[in-house]
Each structure stands twice: as C-alpha cells, then as structure tokens.
Design a protein around this ligand. Sequence first.
Ligand code: ADP
Ligand code: MG
Length: 342
Amino acid sequence: MTNNRTELSELGEFGLIERIKSKFQTVNSTTLKGIGDDAAMLDAGDNAFLVSTDMLLEGIHFDLSYMPLQHLGYKAVAVNVSDIAAMNGTPEQIVLGLAISNRFSLEAIDAFFEGVQAACKNYNVDLVGGDTSSSAAGLVIAITVLGRVAHDRAVKRSGAKANDIICVTGDLGAAYLGLQVLEREKQVFLSNPDMQPDLEKYEYLVGRQLKPEARMDIVHELRDKNCLPTSMIDISDGLASELFHLSKNSNLGVKIFEDKVPIDHATFETAIEFKLDPITCALHGGEDYELLFTINPADYDKLKNHPDIHFIGHMHNDPTQHVLVTKQQTAVPLQAQGWNHF
Ligand code: ADP
Ligand code: MG
C-alpha cells in the first residue's frame, strides 16, 4: 500500500475538472459538447439543448448573515441562466435541489422561493422539478438549467480567431468589492452589535453582490443586431481567468488594455478605500456575471455605439502570450487567478 496523498489544492478547481474530463469519453452522438464549456450541448433536431449546473453552498458561496434569502433565491437562478446566456442560448426550465437544516423556518424557505419565482418570471423559465432533503449543516442549493439554441447560433469558448475584438459587458469588480463591504460590516457588527451598518454609500456594489443579473438582454440585442460572437463565456471567476479559458479553448493569445476595462466609479473609489488596486479587482474579482465575448472585426460597427459593451483588446496568434497593457503603456503578463475553492 502506498501512502501517496495529493492535496486537491495542488490541482486547483480547473485542474480537477480537467482530470475528470480526461477520464470520460462521450459515446452518444447526441452529445455535441460535453465537459468544458459554460453548458453542455445536446442534439435536439434543429436546436441544441443546453444543460448547466451550479451549486451554492452556505459558508462557501453565501453567508446568510448578510444575504437575504429572497436575494439568494434570485441569485441561484440568475447564475445558472448566465451560463445559458454564455452559449448565446435561451433558458427554458430549471430543476432545483435543496438541502435544508432545521434552522430554517417555513417563512424563511418561502422567502427563498419568492426570489426563485421572481427570477423565473424575469428570465421566463419554468421550475419543473428538483429534490428536497434535510441537511446536517448548512443550506445547499443545486440548480440545473435547461435551455436551447439554434445550431448555427451556438457560441462556444473555442471559436475565437486571431484579431477578433474582445468585448465585455457592464462593469467589473463591483460584486467583489460589494462582498468586501459586507464582510467588513459583518465584522463591525460582530464586535459591536449596536453599530448599524452604513451601506448607503455602497448601494451599487452591495447590489452587484447580492442581486446579480444574467445578461439575457445582451443575448437578445446581439441577435437583433445580427451579430454572432465568435466565442463567449460568462464572468463568474474574474475577467483574467475567463480570458484564459477563451484563449486556451481557441488556442490563441490575448492582449487587453487597462484603460479599456470598464470599472464603475464606486468600484474605483471603494477599491482605493480598501487599499486595493481597482484593476486587480476588475481582473480577479469574481461574480460579476457579465458576458465576455469576441467578435469578428467586421461586426464592430454593429456594436460600437452600444452603451454597455466595451472593447477591451483583441485575440492574437501566439497562445503563450497573455498581455495587459497598463495605463503607462507597459505590457505586463496577465495572471489568471480567479477563485479557487480548494
Ligand atoms: P462555469 O464557471 O461556467 O459554471 P465551471 O468552471 O464550473 O464552469 O465548469 C467548467 C466545465 O466543467 C463545465 O463544462 C462543467 O459542466 C464541467 N464540470 C465542473 N465540475 C464537474 C464535475 N464534477 N463533473 C463533470 N463535469 C464538471
Ligand atoms: Mg460560465
């Protein structure tokens, strides 16, 4: 017997996923795309079915001392829908697994489902099933979303070409700073329960953390403008990490410009307050749930006046070069760190 023991932290989350992927070959011709994109693609005649799962665990992904259950219900659906958006698809159904401890009252679970309902209504999806169990410890939410996309409208992580323009929606880093604000207020409250949190100044950031939206609006607008991205991913782990996914899957390098990365002024000011570099928050802060995609330069005119789409750089032929051009015009290597739950 060997005593070999490898810590999961040596592989990291992505290394572990690669390892799982390497052990399974797909055998059904209906499996069009298996492990390795925002959603799996299954052949359904004229369309591809899209399937994706995201879990939220108490103590890992959320803290109920500042996450209202209603928001949690909404967020659990939104983060799943975001993966369908990232395939350029339309979500249609969700199934919801829930493990609940006896700490929770019926009223608490009702509040959670009010959030789920609001999200289902907003994204036009049906809750069609799930599973319910008791839990020895915290709350566990596992949602699987099903969606659909026409074969010729599906957008994977792998389709980018050299010189394609890298686009990002909304602004970045706000959800991460929202979390820093909530964590700080929690510590203040724990040390002195008479202190009431002063969150007004941070309303935007806290809202980005507690109430993220999937960018289905962008998916619809891209279709209306007859613009088909060449590759796409949603930003759950941070811009840099997602750029590496596009780069790896498309076998290309990336070059982005610091002054083009969209950062809200509230994010900027709060980063400074926390003695953090705003661009670091934008590159590595997670949970923005914005879309990162590439377009053929010929499509630039279709999007150039869009107020919520930003052009941050381009893909290039050398897959080993991932470059950030700073405001001082210095090219520095882009680091992928993102979140690592191990
Ligand atoms: P996302 O951030 O878009 O949700 P992930 O990084 O969680 O994507 O997952 C990347 C890919 O790995 C997806 O195709 C996902 O389905 C797959 N994956 C993640 N965990 C597992 C697992 N335990 N077993 C099989 N596939 C997995
Ligand atoms: Mg994703």
